[in-house]
Design a protein around this ligand. Sequence first.
Ligand SMILES: Cc1ncc(COP(=O)(O)OP(=O)(O)O)c(N)n1
Ligand SMILES: Cc1ncsc1CCOP(=O)(O)O
Length: 213
Amino acid sequence: MKFHKDMLLLYAITDQAYTGEKNLLQQIEEALASGVTCLQLREKNMDKQDFLNEAMAVRKRTRQYGVPLIINDDVEIAIACNADGVHVGQEDLTAGEVRRRIGPDRILGVTVKTAEQAVKAWKDGADYLGCGAVFPSPTKKNAIAITMDQLSAICRSVPIPVTAIGGITYENVSLLQGTGIGGVSVISGIFGQSDIPAAVRALKEEVRKVVVS
Ligand SMILES: Cc1ncc(COP(=O)(O)OP(=O)(O)O)c(N)n1
Ligand SMILES: Cc1ncsc1CCOP(=O)(O)O
């Protein structure tokens, strides 16, 4: 699937910590059916074969909804399950190395915390950038905080879209207005909610008001 900036509008990222009574596939189905525009499968503690099996099952669902599937960190799994792309951080493989491995057609997302990292990731072939934590995150409590000024500087530094991440809910997303983001990435604000469809719809309505078009 070819990358388009509209895919970044509401980017849902999974986390097994929030499955509760539902399983991950049920949660994903609800998020896809209610309108998320991108889905990242993020498994930090899973055996490789289990991750691949899960990724194949998720792949079927994302195809049905025409929503891109991005695999967190693991290039081999992304290729093996024929995902639409991969997202890597600064501690993972470099963007240039990932681009070489996935080829020109898969989507590449890179986490950045400075404008210098942003420019490098863009030149190395990133399609979009993830930037945060913009608010305190219940999911990643040790995430380094990014100010609104830092986020704006990153958005201005590159011609590719930036998705903000970290503690984002429908209640605080309006605080990102004016930063220049192309969308938001959300874990607990979607998968930590008992009513996932309601959370997705509320977030989507709010985020439309703050993104650059
Ligand atoms: C869209 C998006 N943005 C940022 C991140 C964070 O990635 P990273 O810094 O590699 O941290 P982990 O996800 O590995 O904890 C992301 N996953 N997605
Ligand atoms: C992966 C990641 N990187 C920075 S904050 C974060 C977690 C985002 O989760 P939540 O939306 O629940 O704060």
